[in-house]
Write a protein that binds this ligand. Sequence first.
Ligand code: M6R
Length: 608
Amino acid sequence: MCGIVAAVAQRNVQEILLEGLKRLEYRGYDSAGMTVFNDGVLTRHRALGKVAALTAQLDKAALPGFSGIAHTRWATHGKPSEANAHPHHSSDQVAVVHNGIIENYEAIKESLQRSGYAFSSETDTEVIAHLLSEKLADGLSLFDATQQIVNGLGGAYALGVMCAQEPGVVVGARQGSPLVVGVGINEAFLASDPLALLPVTDRFIYLEEGDLVELREQGAIRIVDRHGNDVERPIHTFEHGDGAASKGDYRHYMLKEIFEQPTVIEAALEGRLSAQSVLIESFGPDALALFQRTRHMHIIACGTSYHAGLVARYWLERYAGVPVQVEVASEYRYRHPVVPEGTLFVTLSQSGETADTLAALRFAKTLNYVGSLAICNVPGSSLVRESDMSLMTRAGPEIGVASTKAFTTQLVALMLLTLSVSKAKNQVEYLDIIAALRTLPEVCQRVLALDSQIEILSQAFAEKHHALFLGRGAHYPIALEGALKLKEISYIHAEAYPAGELKHGPLALVDSEMPVISVAPNDDLLEKLKSNLQEVRARGGKLFVFADESVGIDVQEDIRVLTLPHVHEALAPLLYTLPLQLLSYHVAVLKGTDVDQPRNLAKSVTVE
Ligand code: M6R
């Protein structure tokens, strides 16, 4: 999604803005641009493609100045092009960067055109520049003008705006898209994500919905809430350190994040288990009472987070006896859900800013749920702030667009939820699962040590156009996640099925050109899975099986088997995720795709 960086500093801001844009590259984008107040005028550079293309322009014609706004654009209205790249200007008097979608832009555009404004882009954003221009011509300050025009904007936005009349001022606004204020020493900044500003500050204010902020020289910051009242918002210190935002010795962020999993799983468990028990209060002081009242759960999420929810359904029903419905947020928010009495609403999100998930939460708050719980990786995010309870996954910043450690730490959090609900409602503690959770980081380490063998397996996929993933029970969602990883970073078409469903249609696709990947832990569905694998072999399909060391599937010409260490059956979905992540990673590297920023995708999907 689009990324915003802005600065009002005591030094040249060009490098601050450029470095910020590079740090936002992970969000996914197709063009970049920057406007700086330079020599008495607003001066702009824009480039199609990567931030490197913008950097090359700036190498030829620098943009020195003490205040500026910059942007990476992920196209929604209008194709990726230099003309559609932000910032958008109105008569070189106003400059605007925007993340989100202005839903009523067409009506506004027609009205502005009637007033004589000429448009130079196909974007929804350009209307904001001209609206501001109109208000400034009436004599309003940039802050007052922004405050007036946002009332007429429908949809979602985070904005950074500046004008030629007020050189040391940047105004920001937030409604439906994330925006943080970086608090420097006599300097102030704006960004879509704190990561963008870590070279200049580790202190951040997370703006609330409807907030407007003005940055002025000497680091002056004024925030006004949606009702027009001046407000003080708390300053948070970023806890993860700047190292989290670098690749270290790894070739890609994704690989680094895959290998971080033993460490972050340990972090996700820390302080949440006592010697013999799960600590329900990790979910907050009201959790025990709420879980005791919980008779159903609705879990809502998108993409990879949705797959984590699907795994949790198996766990919560089996170990806590709670009926669970899991649904993608973009469907849920437009249904008319029936909410049985005693239903807890649970959202899962790495970013906590996913527009559909956030909208689902807001919709759910109008229904008769007993409460809302967010399982999230970003403490100050909208989802966390707006939920009754939250549990942080503690994965640390995830930069690769393809989610890896965010997923496995969500699963840890969901297992803690399962154990907590079981304890709260039924007084049952699963001591064997608690013990197994403690050993999980070490078992994951042993699976990651199989990396070179998985790299060899990946060679069989580089020339393929399709792949099938199979799993049963709680491993069906793991197959779904494996297929999602393969398609999003290697662009190979992949589908996942519950293995028992194969014979009801997809078996028709199986021939010697179709690789079929299956996860085979030693659980009570193993024998059934083995029969399904025979169905594939009988049709000439090539099988790649990730199997428990004890299951005894022999390597043959048409079956390649990689054995994984034994783990408690309940935790197998976590463990079997790792080889599928590595497989996708190596296939993508062989195919030469952009592993960390796959085409067309964005990290944080803040538009509907
Ligand atoms: O930040 P969220 O977890 O809410 O994001 C939801 C999806 O966009 C996300 O999980 C996406 O599917 C993954 N990045 C894919 O790897």
